[in-house]
Design a protein around this ligand. Structure first.
Ligand SMILES: C[S@@+](CC[C@H](N)C(=O)[O-])C[C@H]1O[C@@H](n2cnc3c(N)ncnc32)[C@H](O)[C@@H]1O
Length: 462
């Protein structure tokens, strides 16, 4: 009964308030094109539109041509990397560009908050700061890194929310339910949406009613224009929850999304990490593979590759044909299951993946690997928080590791502390007793056109 009555509500809502907010994909394409033409033509007068302010926050290099963006990033990386030891004494190769520079994101998370017009049920990205209490949510339709499918889903979610009887959850302690939405897409155009919801004091039965309305909207209502392949729902009272803390509930469609990189297929669960730019991920993984296991006619490959913070197994799996054995370690259980599945999916028999925190797993694993024949290479790709000191210690104090590849999306943050701890003279007080590594080569790879960020692949040897 309730589902029928909600359908009546959204039908009425569509008539009165949403015909302009749920544009067809073609309409959005022309909107983006028009905005881009406008910003090129309009003189710089200091009065920025909301779209410009958002673009300046999210994609601050959007006014520059791509070549100029790459030059800036190259220089910036060189400055950062010179801080490892005070001067830049190793080569930094030219930044590798992203094969695709527009609409490249395969994952976007849209917030919910007050819009420019004061409507609290607005889906988009923040302009302003919490400190200044001037947060405004602005639609991301015009952002150059955003695919149209993502903004279409965001628009539809906004439309759904505006028809829902429930309030949005803007501040956790101020009540409200509807929270952000994550959209994942792949190269084939498959689309997964994950809606985050604060249950507050609703009973499970009451929550079920709203879940049913959400499914109805996206499968039979106006949201069906998004052609969602998967719709997930996560109830959470925290900013971020893993699947173990609060399960990702599949409300509709397929439980996974699949991506293909360097000829390997990857299954990706709702809460598993995958590089946000699929085409540039190919460039990144090729670079990482070549630095981990150089493959020349003269050189024999083999040995063991330790893939620390392996996510769904992408680095280890793409390098696996060149080594005898891959051992991956990953915190998120769903990602570890994906990694094991991905090895089987690609008929790769020499990969194993261990769930857990690297700082807990690695020290014990190292003693078993001491006797591993054929050499040991490590590749680490931690999140922005960098590696735990125990991981750095375990890697440094394992004499079999002569080659270590560090992949970082933020080398000027916590990763810099890791670089220094890998390269400083032995320091028994801090239990850094193994020989020091030296950085010998760096390769920046641009995965994030229009933003100041890029990945850097750093080779350390000893
Ligand atoms: C930047 S992602 C890289 C994933 C993978 N290498 C890839 O390229 O797809 C970082 C990964 O580290 C994992 N992670 C974060 N902290 C960790 C820890 N303490 N121990 C093990 N894995 C961790 C995250 O869950 C995430 O999957």
């Amino acid at each position: 009964m309730l589902r029928v009555s909600f359908r009546h509500v959204w039908k009425t809502c569509v008539l009165f308030c949403t015909s302009s907010t749920v544009p067809a994909a073609r309409g959005k394409a022309s909107l983006k094109k028009r905005w881009r033409t406008d910003r090129k033509n309009s003189p710089w007068d200091g009065h920025l539109s909301w779209e410009e302010r958002l673009a300046d926050r999210v994609t601050p290099l959007w006014r520059l041509g791509y070549e100029e963006q790459l030059e800036r990033k190259q220089k910036h990386q060189e400055v950062i990397l010179s801080h490892i030891s005070g001067t830049l004494h190793f080569p930094v190769l030219s930044i590798l560009p992203s094969p695709v520079t527009e609409g490249y994101r395969n994952k976007s998370t849209f917030s919910v908050n007050q819009g420019v017009d004061g409507n609290p049920k607005t889906v988009g990205f923040y302009v302003g700061t919490w400190r200044d209490e001037n947060i405004v949510c602005v639609s991301g339709d015009h952002l150059l890194n955003m695919p149209e499918r993502h903004t279409l889903v965001a628009r539809c979610y906004q439309d759904f929310m505006r028809c829902s009887a429930l309030d949005p959850c803007l501040l956790f302690d101020a009540g409200g339910h509807w929270r952000e939405i994550t959209v994942r897409t792949n190269a084939q155009g498959h689309t997964m949406a994950i809606v985050y919801f604060h249950p507050q004091r609703l009973t499970p039965e009451e929550v079920d009613v709203h879940k049913a309305e959400l499914v109805d909207y996206f499968t039979r209502g106006p949201g069906s224009v998004c052609q969602l392949d998967s719709l997930f729902f996560q109830e959470s009272a925290m900013t971020r929850c893993t699947h173990e803390e609060s399960p990702y509930q599949l409300l509709h469609g397929q439980p996974h999304i699949y991506e293909e990189v360097l000829g390997f297929k990857f299954r990706i669960s709702a809460d598993a990490f995958f590089q946000v730019n699929q085409s540039a991920a190919g460039v990144l993984y090729e670079t990482v593979r070549d630095l981990c296991v150089p493959h020349t006619d003269q050189e024999e490959s083999g040995g063991t590759l330790l893939d620390v913070c392996c996510g769904t197994g992408a680095i280890g799996i793409t390098a696996s044909p060149r080594v005898d054995r891959v051992i991956g370690i990953e915190l998120i259980e769903q990602a570890v299951k994906d990694a094991a599945h991905n090895a089987a999916l690609n008929n790769i028999p020499n990969c194993e993946f261990i769930p857990g925190k690297a700082e807990v797993v690695l020290p014990g694993l190292m003693s078993q690997l001491s006797s591993a024949g054929g050499g040991l290479t490590a590749v680490v790709n931690p999140s922005r928080a960098g590696l735990h000191p125990k991981v750095v210690r375990a890697l440094r104090n394992q004499p079999s590791i002569h080659r270590l590849v560090y992949v970082s999306c933020k080398p000027d943050g916590e990763a810099m502390r890791n670089f220094r701890d890998l390269c400083c003279p032995p320091d028994p007080q801090r239990k850094l007793i193994g020989d020091a590594f030296s950085p010998t080569l760096a390769v920046p790879v641009d995965l994030f056109p229009h933003t100041p960020h890029c990945e850097v692949v750093l080779l350390f040897e000893r």
